[in-house]
Design a protein around this ligand. Structure first.
Ligand SMILES: [Zn+2]
Length: 431
């Protein structure tokens, strides 16, 4: 190591000088409409990242998540991991961004894939969630490499598929294959749009399940000859209203979840269907429903156990089995993720926090996301705990019409990312 401490101010000035480049990179990324579902133009986006990072000396791996949901020759689930080794061994700092965006929907004032720059904001689908964050992390790393060409450890930048649809063709696959897992990587920053002065430590847990009640078909004019599965489901929903929803409201977490309403346990009924199939043009037939199904979306807190969360619903259903004639049901798990929260004293949290206090001259806010994101796979499958989400963009704008990312926010968050990377690689503290 040289004994002259490099000037952080020079690094920050270098990032400022790259503002135009940052705008252009963001625009180029947004102009590739990587809409998911179905997973459009992943190849084009990966190619843009490959050519840029290969040109700067990164070693490139392009990994197709074969056999994962939606993967076929028309829509291959493609991922890129770019790695640059330092001159000595040391930790690996990894920036992970998803390249997919949700469909634009209606209500846009500008073409959602034009990436127009208006008054210091770039508008378009994926600007905020999260191509602005991807571009900021690339500029941060490129500036850092210029400022400190000789370093220990390694830096990785990944662009991954399918976060918006669960991450199975992206981070989950890469974690299973050891790419995004210990011991290959040590610290992960996911530049999701959590606002430039907030550090997202993790997320609440989720349990999705499908509940079906059963009945007996009969003619609708003589319902007493059958048994309505819809009425049985009504009894279930009534139990939920009377008992479950009030008890969930009582459960409040110590996790710093935002927004405030998500500090409680929540339950959404994502869908309900019973009786005749929908989607036909003709006149319906008079039938007593022999099946009724709902999909439950239960979000739970770090203070709760998944088994207890399930038991709450199961015991209400068992109660109905005893109290209600001919009540029968099935309950099927669809998806479950336990809550994840990185320790506030973990190295990646501390180094990003010092970056935030240097760039914004105030302490960061620590938050937890109401819904899950790719950290769940890095934590559970990759067994890597030193992971956070930190990036530019206003969380509330994600997935909305007229989504944008502010240029100043991107530049400032790139500074924070560069400081954090420097600290994690060098083991030095910048203040
Ligand atoms: Zn996102």
């Amino acid at each position: 190591m040289s004994n002259v401490k490099p000037s952080i101010d020079k690094l920050l000035a270098l990032i400022e000088s790259k503002e135009e480049e940052l705008i252009q990179l963001t625009q180029a990324l947004v102009r590739i409409p990587t809409i998911n579902p179905p997973g459009d133009y992943y190849g084009d986006c990966i190619e843009l990242l490959r050519s840029r990072l290969e040109g700067r000396g990164f070693e490139i791996n392009i990994i197709r998540a074969e056999g994962t949901p939606g993967d076929d020759d028309q829509y291959p689930r493609l991922n890129i991991i770019a790695r640059k080794e330092g001159s000595r061994s040391g930790p690996c700092v990894h920036f992970n961004s998803h390249i997919d965006v949700v469909p634009p929907g209606l209500g846009w004032d500008e073409d959602p894939f034009d990436a127009k720059l208006i008054d210091g904001k770039i508008f378009g689908r994926g600007t905020c969630d999260m191509k602005g964050g991807l571009a900021a992390s690339i500029i941060a790393v490129e500036a850092l490499l210029e400022w400190m060409p000789d370093y220990s450890g390694s830096i990785e930048i990944s662009g991954t598929a399918d976060e918006e649809t669960g991450g199975y063709g992206g981070v989950a696959y890469l974690a299973e294959k050891g790419w995004m897992a210990v011991p290959r990587i040590d610290h992960v920053i996911i530049p999701e749009p959590l606002n430039k002065d907030r550090i997202c430590l993790g997320h609440r847990g989720v349990w999705w399940s499908e509940l079906e009640t059963f009945g007996t078909v009969a003619h609708g004019s003589m319902p007493f000859l059958g048994d309505s599965a819809i009425r049985h489901m009504t009894a279930v929903l009534d139990e939920f209203e009377q008992k479950l929803f009030p008890s969930l409201q009582q459960k409040v977490t110590a996790m710093p979840v935002v927004p405030e309403g998500a500090k409680q346990s929540t339950l959404n009924i994502n869908s309900i269907h019973g009786g005749l199939a929908e989607g036909f043009a003709g006149f319906p037939a008079p039938m007593v429903a022999d099946s009724c199904r709902i999909v439950l979306d239960r979000r739970f807190l770090i203070e709760e156990q998944l088994s207890e969360v399930k038991l709450e619903v199961q015991s209400l259903l068992e109660g109905l089995t005893k109290s209600r004639e001919n009540f029968s049901y099935s309950l099927k798990d669809l998806f479950e993720v336990v809550p994840s929260m990185t320790d506030q004293n973990a190295p990646v949290v501390q180094s990003v926090a010092r970056g935030i206090s240097r760039v914004f001259d105030r302490e960061p806010e620590y938050v937890v996301s109401p819904g899950t994101y790719d950290q769940k796979h890095i934590d559970r499958i990759g067994k890597l705990k030193d992971c956070i989400a930190y990036g530019p963009g206003i969380l509330d704008l994600a997935h909305q019409a007229n989504e944008y990312v502010g240029v100043t926010d991107m530049v400032e968050s790139a500074k924070v990312m560069a400081i954090a990377t420097y600290e994690l690689l060098s083991g030095e503290q910048t203040e």
